[in-house]
Design a protein around this ligand. Structure first.
Ligand code: DQA
Length: 145
């Protein structure tokens, strides 16, 4: 059975009330439920985590080695700044998918740069909460080949 870590970075705990015109009104708990429903119907295991702290996110990535077959990472703003998160993904040698609710390339120029893209197998951006399900499907497919 594949086991996938879904890791969420800073400010994503505020989904639902945070800039709903950009991120919608779905809460992070709603997204966690979407992922749990997907896991049940696909016979996969999904672990869902969120932290506002870069080091805690890195610890989750390190702990994924030997526990999970892949990582889906919405690193929030750390996407655009964190060499440390990029290095953590590269270090554990697990496939990672970069995920964003919004289409980062249709937004401010500073969101067009991603350190995570350099170490990710692919990127899903702009499909809101449904992007989590798309990423899970893509990861399931990726790890089964
Ligand atoms: C985000 C996009 C990032 O640029 C932003 O800093 C976030 C959320 C997204 O899911 O669209 O916090 O990762």
């Amino acid at each position: 059975m594949s086991s996938i870590l879904v890791l969420n970075g800073p400010n994503l705990n505020l989904l639902g009330t945070r800039q709903p015109e950009v991120y919608g009104t779905t809460t992070l708990a709603d997204i966690e439920n979407l992922c749990a429903d997907w896991a049940q119907s696909e016979g996969c295991s999904v672990t869902f985590e969120q932290s506002n702290h870069e080091g805690v996110l890195i610890d989750h990535i390190h702990a994924a080695r030997g526990e999970h077959q892949g990582i889906i990472l919405n690193a929030g703003a750390y996407t655009h700044t964190s060499i440390a998160l990029m290095d953590a993904i590269a270090s554990v040698e697990l496939p990672a998918i970069e995920l964003h609710l919004s289409n980062v390339h249709a937004r401010e120029a500073f969101r067009h740069k991603s350190y995570i893209s350099k170490v990710a197998v692919g990127l899903i951006s702009g499909f809101g909460a449904h992007g989590y399900v798309l990423a899970l499907e893509a990861m399931k497919q990726h790890v089964s080949h």
